[in-house]
Ligand binder design. Structure first.
Ligand SMILES: N[C@@H](CCC(=O)N[C@@H](CS)C(=O)NCC(=O)O)C(=O)O
Length: 122
């Protein structure tokens, strides 16, 4: 079972690499404004999780630079996710909301919807 999961994970990463989406091109000022806003976002994820790949592909397509933290490789990231979000499930987007702290958003579809609603015009 472990070996099948490992092979599937590698296959997902290979396909993702072969079919890497193109990023939208913005003028530098607009991109810089978006980069400032996405600096408050962090994606907790696993490298080969298909739902995480789906979110990372949407980020790439929409030209969104968002820090990723791998919960499988980093014990600190795992603790942060558990303490903040409450569930050891990925992907999870941590949204910095200034003095109110953080909002933790699970579910790949909801995360992509949030990113597109906030950063994609039209
Ligand atoms: N419906 C969720 C599914 C997410 C999901 O099943 N994630 C798996 C990894 S691929 C997970 O975190 N499982 C719990 C675990 O591995 O501990 C989504 O679309 O985000």
């Amino acid at each position: 079972m472990q070996i099948i999961r490992l092979i599937l994970g590698k296959l997902i990463l290979l396909l993702n690499w072969v079919f890497t989406p193109k990023s939208v091109q913005r003028d530098p000022e607009e991109q810089s404004s978006i980069d400032q806003q996405t600096a408050n976002l962090t994606l907790y994820q696993y490298e080969a999780c298909p739902f995480c790949v789906k979110v990372r592909r949407a980020m790439k397509r929409h030209g969104l630079t968002i820090e990723t933290r791998d919960v499988k490789r980093s014990a600190v990231a795992k603790e942060e996710l558990l303490a903040g979000g409450g569930d050891l499930k990925v992907p999870c987007l941590r949204i910095g909301e200034g003095e109110s702290g953080y909002r933790w958003m699970y579910e790949s579809g909801e995360i992509i919807g949030y990113l597109e609603g906030r950063f994609v015009v039209g």
